[in-house]
Write a protein that binds this ligand. Structure first.
Ligand code: ADQ
Length: 458
């Protein structure tokens, strides 16, 4: 009989599960029983030697505590000021400090010890994202032979960017502690293989797995998705907008976490280009950019916020009329149903990341459309979602004219072509729906070669 499932993620949901990934993991835990482990949102020095019970659900939810210094060094520091920029091809933003790496390792080791204490022999561990890269090697060093899977939600780094890390060779060794490394796209898998090929400690086996010292790791792509049925349902009955009498004829929507990887300055500038070259000023296109606040304690995020305020001020100063503000930059989270309603109302979804693991907004925009009169998705080639979404208008977000041209094309696109592109995209969204993703990943993990022997390692 299959053992329990242990899910490890930085954030642990409190309250009722909502949102695709949270619900999918919740369902997997309900089906198998187990424990969801995440960081306690409130920093505290107390009780760091145990996991704290949170909430009453049919499976356990448990939190590990971080001190304020650990939160700064492990989370804002190594995870978000080193690994995040390295994986998103922004090595210019990497901030290296010895205490970041020291606390990243210390937090992971403490967590490994807490998990090892509670583990049953058949339990399967599923670790999520870059906050926990070394967790498997640490569990192995404590004698754990259970199946351990890892899923990286963000892009796999370019091999040359790994050299920016304080100890570049750690990356491959940490990943090799897992039985299965799941990545978002086939291109990510190709980059991971390139890293292993360049490493003398790694050997490719005939079945495509990688033998790394005493471990055997499988690497495969599992493109993450959304609960498309749920979003289609919400969109069909949603309130489509707060605009009232000022309802724009042409609405372009953007919704992103406010992050430098999302290409927001490029999006704003491309929209400025579109206004500049616009033949029909009567159409009054409006870009509504909703950007949820994120990681405000990291300097690079404060900088991007000021930059966006400056660009939107410049564009609005130049093109606004008494009754028309072309660029609306709303710096807050909005309620999910309202956001889906706005996506349905929009003629164009504009998604412009410079690097992105998948980008769920692109998939949500598609699922939210009215099948009888769908909007058009304009999507960066650098989002993982672009690998399969051939019905979108794919752009290079660095090329402002190309982006502006694609938005023009989308706004003028005849209904028949819009429908055809939408149907293509919707098929991709439905095929990659989140429940399929969870099942595929866990089935693959169950079929991986088990870890049989352990050699002590540093
Ligand atoms: P994110 O970088 O957070 O996720 P994304 O995949 O787009 O990026 O997911 C964002 C989620 O937040 C979406 O569900 C979206 O609707 C919601 N959202 C965005 N702006 C919002 C706003 N202003 N108000 C309310 N909700 C908002 C990381 C990786 C991605 C990967 C996902 C999942 O960076 O590449 O797709 O994990 O693996």
């Amino acid at each position: 009989m299959a053992g329990r499932l242990i899910v490890v993620s930085n954030r642990i949901p409190t309250g009722d599960p909502s949102g695709g990934l949270v619900v999918a993991l919740h369902d997997a835990l309900l089906a198998r029983g187990g424990t969801w482990i995440g960081a306690d949102p409130d920093p505290s020095e107390e009780g760091r030697d145990r996991l704290h019970d949170l909430g009453n659900v049919p499976y356990q939810k448990r939190a590990f505590r971080l001190s304020a210094a650990e939160r700064a060094n492990y989370y804002s520091g190594y995870a978000n000021s080193v690994l995040w920029p390295v994986c998103h091809r922004r090595t210019d933003l990497v901030e290296i400090r010895s205490e970041y790496r020291a606390d990243y390792l210390a937090v992971n080791l403490r967590l490994a010890r807490l998990i090892a204490k509670e583990l049953g022999p058949q339990d399967v561990i599923w670790v999520h994202d870059y906050h926990f890269l070394p967790l498997a090697t640490m569990l192995r060093s404590l004698g754990v032979t259970n199946r351990i899977g890892f899923f990286l939600h963000i892009p796999f780094p370019n091999i040359t960017d790994l050299d920016v890390l304080p100890r570049p060779k750690d990356f491959a060794r940490w990943l090799a502690g897992y039985n299965l490394v799941g990545l978002q796209t086939r291109r990510d898998v190709a980059r991971a293989f390139e890293m292993f090929r360049a490493d003398p400690r790694a050997e490719f086996l005939r079945d495509g797995t990688v033998k790394f010292e005493e471990n055997i790791v499988s690497v495969a792509s599992f493109p993450i998705g959304i609960d498309s049925e749920q979003i289609e349902g919400i969109a069909a009955r949603a309130d489509t907008g707060p605009f009232g009498a000022a309802d724009p004829r042409e609405l372009i929507i953007g919704a992103d976490r406010l992050d430098y990887s999302k290409g927001l300055p490029q999006k704003f500038e491309a929209f400025g280009r579109l206004l500049q070259g616009r033949i029909d000023p009567q159409a009054r296109p409006t870009l509504l950019q909703i950007a949820s606040p994120s990681r405000a304690d990291v300097a690079a995020y404060q900088q991007i916020t000021s930059e966006l305020q400056a660009i939107s001020g410049r564009i609005n100063g130049r093109y606004s009329e008494l009754d028309w503000q072309p660029l609306r930059f709303v710096h807050r989270s909005v309620d999910r149903e309202r956001l889906i309603g706005l996506m349905r109302r929009a003629e164009v979804g504009l998604v412009t990341p410079l690097a992105d693991g998948m980008n769920l907004v692109a998939k949500e925009f598609v699922a939210a459309q009215d099948p009888e009169d769908p909007g058009v998705l304009v999507l960066s080639r650098f989002a993982g979602a672009a690998e399969d979404m051939k019905g979108a208008l794919l752009i290079n977000p660095h090329d402002l004219d190309e982006t502006a041209g694609a938005v023009e094309l989308a706004l003028a696109m005849p209904l028949a072509e819009r429908k055809c592109r939408f149907e293509d995209c919707l098929q991709v969204v439905r095929d990659s729906r989140i429940s399929v993703w969870t099942d595929r990943y866990l089935a693959r993990l169950a079929s991986c070669v088990p870890t049989l022997s352990l050699a002590p390692r540093a």
